[in-house]
Design a protein around this ligand. Structure first.
Ligand code: NAD
Ligand code: UDP
Length: 316
């Protein structure tokens, strides 16, 4: 039986990944320090004998025996990663060193949850994997962006120097059930605001764009990437290439929730990228993958989740 470690396994993406890995017959070790993750996200898996939950911080070494590692541990939303920026960099960099060290000792395959933020505020559009990015190294997003860039560096150096089998996924905005309701990200903010009948906070004039991928599609991409032959290392963009303005998103959320909320305009945060859309040609070719859920379908499922959460805040 394959033994798989998921760091950040009690988080949004991690908990969906644990579910899918268990369905595939693997033994799953879910590791989390519960900084943004919740036990409730994996509570329904606890009765499964092939599932184990471990409290641990990836900035400290870990000695376990595994065949595959998915390294997802890291706060992902600006509100959370800017709360303790030094810890954010440590999580990305020390976390990568520790998990790569574990992979080296166990000869495990290791996948890194990297991010579209490595492209910063991109000067090229859409972003292909060979674009080197436009990141402010001393700005308020740098703890996350530069931490993730350094983690990629470490992955490729371990690959070249120690012949580790690595897979680097550059994840673009992903949404769905189990997103943190207060993480400040646009989908959760708008849905929570609309369900509560509050104003939707649109930053700037709302003409900035993002491309939103539904969580199930993202998890499918992770599994396919991990299963690729050893010569496939990435980095590989994974996300949904359909691009929307943030104003369009706000209007769609109001329509789908049937809310009477209005849109209010607020100042745009520093270093907020103007446009973001992945070029996923490589993922299509190498993984034979492309997103299947459109924004409307994914939003309906996400709205259902947040409506249930509002009715039962201790866990759904
Ligand atoms: P999340 O915050 O829900 O999950 C991160 C998990 O990591 C949480 O459970 C948190 O408690 C845990 N964690 C944080 N620091 C830790 C530490 N030092 N030790 C152990 N556990 C720690 O976020 P998510 O959206 O599920 O993101 C998962 C991964 O995917 C992250 O690495 C993130 O950078 C990456 N990513 C996500 C998106 C997205 O749109 N969701 C986009 C790009 C990249
Ligand atoms: N945004 C917004 N209102 C909110 C939260 C975010 O208008 O309540 C905007 C934000 O300025 C950005 C976009 O939505 O332009 C996506 O923000 P998010 O934090 O979700 O992701 P990221 O900027 O990391 O892509």
């Amino acid at each position: 039986m394959k033994r798989v470690l998921v760091t950040g396994g009690a988080g949004f993406l991690g908990s969906h990944l644990c579910e899918r890995l268990l369905e595939s017959g693997a033994e799953v070790l879910c590791l989390d320090n519960f900084y943004t993750g919740r036990r409730a996200h994996v509570a329904h898996l606890m009765a499964e004998p092939r599932f184990e939950l471990m409290r641990h911080d990836v900035t400290f070494p870990l000695y376990v025996e595994v065949d595959e590692i998915y390294n997802l541990a890291c706060p992902a939303s600006p509100v959370h990663y800017q709360f303790d920026p030094v810890q954010t960099t440590k999580t990305s960099v020390h976390g990568a060193i520790n998990m790569l060290g574990l992979a080296k000792r166990t000869r495990a395959k290791i996948l890194q949850a990297s991010t579209s933020e490595v492209y910063g505020d991109p000067a090229e559009h859409p972003q292909t994997e060979d674009y080197w990015g436009n990141v402010n190294p001393i700005g308020i997003r740098a703890c996350y962006d530069e931490g993730k860039r350094c983690a990629e560096t470490l992955f490729f150096d371990y690959h070249r120097q120690h012949r580790l089998r690595i897979k680097v996924a550059r994840i673009f905005n992903t949404y769905g059930p189990r997103m943190h309701p207060n993480d400040g990200r646009v989908v959760s903010n708008f849905v929570v605001q609309a369900l509560a009948g509050k104003d939707l906070t649109l930053y700037g004039d709302g003409s900035q764009t993002r491309s939103f991928c539904y969580v199930d599609d993202m998890i499918e991409a992770f599994l396919r990437l991990m299963a690729t032959p050893d010569e496939v290392t990435g980095p590989i963009n994974v996300g949904n290439p359909s691009e929307f303005t943030i104003r369009e998103l706000a209007e769609l959320v109001i329509e789908l929730t049937g809310s009477s909320s209005r849109i209010v305009y607020q100042p745009i945060p520093a270093d907020d990228p103007r446009r973001r859309r992945p070029d996923i040609s490589k993922a299509q070719a190498v993984l034979d993958w492309q997103p299947r859920s459109d924004l409307r379908t994914g939003l309906i499922r996400t709205i259902e989740y947040f409506a249930r959460l509002a009715a039962s805040p201790t866990g759904v």
